[in-house]
Design a protein around this ligand. Structure first.
Ligand SMILES: NC(=O)c1ccc[n+]([C@@H]2O[C@H](COP(=O)([O-])OP(=O)(O)OC[C@H]3O[C@@H](n4cnc5c(N)ncnc54)[C@H](O)[C@@H]3O)[C@@H](O)[C@H]2O)c1
Length: 400
């Protein structure tokens, strides 16, 4: 396999650092930028990564020592995607074959706190993505943009099977293939919808090539490259930045009750961190045609939130940890029981095979998190949710 030059926007993040190491050990040359906003935003909500994480330069230094065959394969520069000349000049210097764009504010609850957080999220995400599209057009028009969207773009309020981006309809006797409707449920998720529309338009307008990944919720503490604690990726457990399974495992590790929201029938697609990295690697190594805008639904299995809590309880029980489940009032405006069926074939057709069961992954997570129990305990007040959604307004009633 020929090594590619891959630029990771958001390399300091949960997925970014894991992907950087994986690509570097597969013979790719990686460069990354990050403005460290995730670290600052987690601090703003009073929390910290459960895993102690190093500064980027130190991480890269340890990586070089641990993987001498890949020494020098990861470069980093601190900077903001909103600074257009910084981003364009870095791309001009590196001339990537692929840009993996992870560099956005990724928390739905954070975007719902108030007007400032909503504006910050949409400005950071939508303008950053637009800057990237212009920089690609200006400097590397053949480059593949691999952009992280979310399954949440489609929403969770449809009886239809959710296709991969596009579907065929028949309306008033005519057939057409059109984008599947997006019905997002937070300002964050809507920022991703706006990104998707802008990317689709740029591909049509300028002939760029892009994979827009509708990713499920990612869980896990490690990938196989994390052979030393200094190489671990971040792991958040607070109500804003901690995702469902990750939060439940952190709760179990400190003997806190597991707290599904409301009736717990919310159904979502999930995949392990190691499988997210596998999928992004497959997409990197199998780029779309020039001018092509393709959508991948990236997930392993669909679970109800109550089933996740029960799985974490069972796995914890086998490890001698006695954990209770106690539902709490749902802080979000969302359906608590609903139909959910998703098509996710394109990545499997390119070779994606999930590596571990949920139980196996949860077991690894609990083992890891028990070692960092003190760090979670010190911040345990950040786990319980606040009703940000309900402080804003109720969703409009759609006239049908
Ligand atoms: N983790 C998940 O479960 C999940 C699920 C679906 C989609 N996603 C998407 O995947 C991507 C990566 O997710 P993650 O969990 O690694 O998030 P993360 O917050 O850990 O990583 C994003 C990184 O981007 C950086 N960043 C943000 N804005 C930036 C800017 N303007 N300039 C430079 N750097 C910037 C942050 O500092 C952070 O390090 C995000 O776009 C997220 O929306 C994640």
């Amino acid at each position: 396999m020929n090594g590619k030059k891959v630029l990771i926007v958001g390399i300091d993040g949960y997925i970014g650092w894991s992907l950087a190491m994986h690509l570097a050990t597969r013979g790719h040359s990686v460069a990354g930028i990050d403005n460290y906003s995730r670290r600052r935003n987690v601090a703003k909500v009073g929390s910290v990564s459960a895993t102690p994480i190093r500064e980027m330069d130190e991480r890269i230094h340890v990586f070089n020592m641990a993987y001498p065959d890949a020494r020098g394969a990861i470069a980093f520069k601190e900077g903001d995607l909103l600074d257009y000349s910084f981003a364009r000049d870095y791309i001009k210097w590196f001339k990537p074959d692929t840009i993996v764009h992870l560099g956005e504010q990724p928390s739905a609850p954070f975007s719902m706190v108030d007007r400032e957080h909503a504006v910050y999220t949409q400005h950071n995400n939508v303008i950053g993505n637009l800057n990237l599209l212009y920089a690609i057009k200006e400097v590397v028009p053949d480059c593949h943009l691999l952009k992280l969207g979310t399954m949440g773009e489609y929403g969770y309020d449809t009886e239809l099977e959710i296709p991969e981006g596009f579907f065929e309809i028949e309306y008033k006797g005519k057939k057409a293939t059109i984008p599947f409707p997006r019905m997002a449920g937070s300002w964050y998720h809507w920022s991703k919808v706006h990104d998707s529309n802008n990317i689709m338009f740029a591909c049509r307008l300028w002939g760029l090539r892009s994979t827009d990944v509708m990713q499920g919720i990612v869980y896990g503490t490690r990938t196989k490259q994390m052979i030393l604690d200094e190489l671990l990726t971040r792991f958040d457990f607070d109500e804003c930045f901690g995702t469902a399974i990750n939060r439940f495992c952190a709760q179990a590790a400190i003997g806190h009750k597991l707290t599904p929201y409301g009736k717990g029938g919310q159904t979502r697609g999930y995949l392990a961190l190691t499988d997210s990295i596998q999928c992004l690697t497959i997409a990197t190594e199998n780029p779309p045609e020039k001018g092509e805008y393709r959508v991948f639904n990236q997930l392993d299995t669909v679970y109800k939130i109550n089933d996740l809590a029960k799985t974490v309880q069972q796995v914890a029980g086998k490890k001698g940890m006695d954990v209770e489940i106690e539902p709490v009032d749902n802080p979000r405006v969302e359906k608590e029981e609903h139909h959910y069926k998703v098509k996710a074939e394109k990545l499997r057709n390119l070779g994606f095979r999930p590596t571990r069961t949920l139980e196996e992954e949860v077991d690894i997570m609990l083992t890891d998190l028990m070692r960092f129990k003190k760090r979670i305990l010190a911040k345990k007040e950040v786990i319980m949710p606040k009703p940000y959604w309900k402080q804003v307004s109720q969703p409009p009633i759609l006239t049908r």
